[in-house]
Design a protein around this ligand. Structure first.
Ligand code: FAD
Length: 325
């Protein structure tokens, strides 16, 4: 069987490679083993960190294709789309993966149109169908009430954006370094970016946290959320929340974990007063250890929890805080 290219369109912020790039590179290498795949990572940016590029080969890349230019330091869609398209047309990939980050979401749909390819956005899982070698792309559908698995048999490349923190990085590939540098191609653009402004979301670093302490509707009101903050502070955790708590206005949206919030994958996740609806689980189920505190023994969160504490959070959490004093 001929080699099938899987291209990960990576992301670079201020010269640093975004962790979703390594997550997708590792997943691409795993999928590639089943379809005689060849994993290429395409990176566009300015002054890209060389050590970060090396790490791509530890995490599963066979080749890195780099376009490094000052004009790619800020996200100008026109420059990115034109330069990525050129490489994709040359490489003719079987699969293209990119992060479902604001950057990936801005660029990839435009490329899919230009390449006459299908695109499954915001995937939460990827697999290969054994009989056909097609990419199986799983994502929430019908308002998030079920998970749909989508395949694109008619057109290649099969294109997906995938949420950060869905896949683990595997550092054990140690492939041989193979880097191709390509010249940036100037293109007409009416876009003029003056400055990138950080959103509040960037300051709530849930995605990279080792410990996340989330509160839900069971917390009861805004004032009571201080108990979640106190506990998080005690264990150096970052505060998360269910959508019910966000919708009630107890805590701002950047803290939301789940399908329409952030995906997290900490070492330790506390779900406090959270029932564990599928839309919440989708954003935290890949945590290493899940601890649930809930007064309802039948709460679905206990089905995925490693440790469950049944009881009133207002008794349990202060006791935990005291224990740690
Ligand atoms: C399209 C769509 C997208 C969605 N996206 C998200 C998302 O991104 N994130 C998300 O979280 N949800 C999302 N939801 C909503 C989701 O379906 C649930 O409604 C939501 O997660 C419920 O939040 P909760 O668990 O805090 O509240 P509830 O389901 O009401 O659960 C509260 C829990 O607290 C427990 N409790 C109450 N009092 C106490 C106490 N004193 N001590 C201990 N336990 C107590 C209860 O037993 C209960 O299990 C989405 C829904 C849809 C349709």
């Amino acid at each position: 069987m001929d080699k099938r290219n899987i291209i990960v369109v990576g992301e670079v912020n201020n010269g640093n490679i975004h962790h979703v790039t390594y997550e997708l590179t590792s997943k691409a290498a795993e999928l590639g083993e089943r379809i005689n795949g060849y994993v290429e990572v395409l990176l566009l940016g300015y002054s890209i960190n060389k050590e970060h590029i090396k790490r791509l080969f530890e995490t599963g890349a066979d080749k890195a294709i780099i376009i490094d230019n000052e004009k790619l330091g800020l996200l100008n869609d026109d420059y990115f789309v034109a330069n990525i398209r050129k490489v994709l047309e040359r490489e003719n990939p079987y699969i293209v993966l990119t992060g479902a980050t604001p950057q990936g979401r801005a660029i990839i749909p435009k490329l899919a149109i230009k390449l006459h390819a299908g695109l499954t956005a915001d995937c939460t899982d990827l697999d290969i169908e054994a009989e056909t070698d097609l990419l199986l792309q799983t994502r929430p559908a019908f308002g998030g009430n079920l998970m749909a698995t989508i395949k694109t048999p008619e057109h290649t490349p099969q294109m997906s954006t995938v949420r950060p923190k869905v896949f683990k990085i595997n550092e054990n590939y140690n492939k041989k370094e193979n880097i191709e540098n390509i010249e940036f191609e100037e293109t007409n653009s009416l876009i003029r970016i003056i400055e990138m402004i950080k959103s509040e979301e960037d300051n709530v670093n849930l995605a990279d946290a080792d410990i996340v302490v989330s509160g839900g509707r069971g917390v009861g009101n805004k004032e009571n959320f201080s108990i979640i903050y106190d506990f998080a502070k005690k264990i150096n955790g970052v505060v998360g929340a269910s959508r019910a708590a966000i919708d009630a206005g107890w805590i701002p949206y950047p803290h939301q974990v789940g399908q329409t919030g952030q995906t997290v994958s900490p070492k330790l996740y506390f779900a406090i007063g959270i029932s564990g609806a599928i839309q919440h689980q989708v954003g935290m189920k890949s945590s290493d250890y899940i601890v649930a505190i809930n007064k309802d023994t039948n709460a679905p969160i206990f089905n995925i929890a490693d440790y469950g504490i049944v009881g009133d959070l207002f008794e349990i959490v202060p006791k935990l805080i005291k224990l740690l004093d």
